[in-house]
Design a protein around this ligand. Sequence first.
Ligand code: 5GP
Length: 124
Amino acid sequence: MTYDYDEQNIFAKILRGEIPNTTVKESEHALAFKDIAPQAPHHVVVIPKGPYVTADHFATEASDDEIADFWRTFGSICRELGVTPDQGAGYRLIANAGSDSGQEVPHFHMHILAGRPLGPMLNS
Ligand code: 5GP
């Protein structure tokens, strides 16, 4: 694995408390907060606390505890937002990775988007 983690990325600064955030949920290995530029009524970003650049990096190198904690945190947020299809109208989960995806922040994160019809998966 040849990912270089940039310790100065914005989410690393949020994790170190150098930049404020509106926390939605925090667990041992994960932090979830509101996106600063929401694209939907609910727009939550979920990140692992460890230094992972992309989803594949996280899936390959994170410990089982980190991976389980991350997904459990994601699941509980969806339930608490009331957006799971069994209790609401659903959500979209997005994880950009690398240049073709338009990933802006090089710390693995998942976007949870919900609260309105989200349209087609891709615009182009
Ligand atoms: P990406 O394009 O990398 O998938 O998503 C990065 C996301 O981070 C964007 O949706 C952007 O609005 C969000 N973002 C960038 N800077 C900040 C910040 O300082 N605070 C928060 N809460 N979100 C940020």
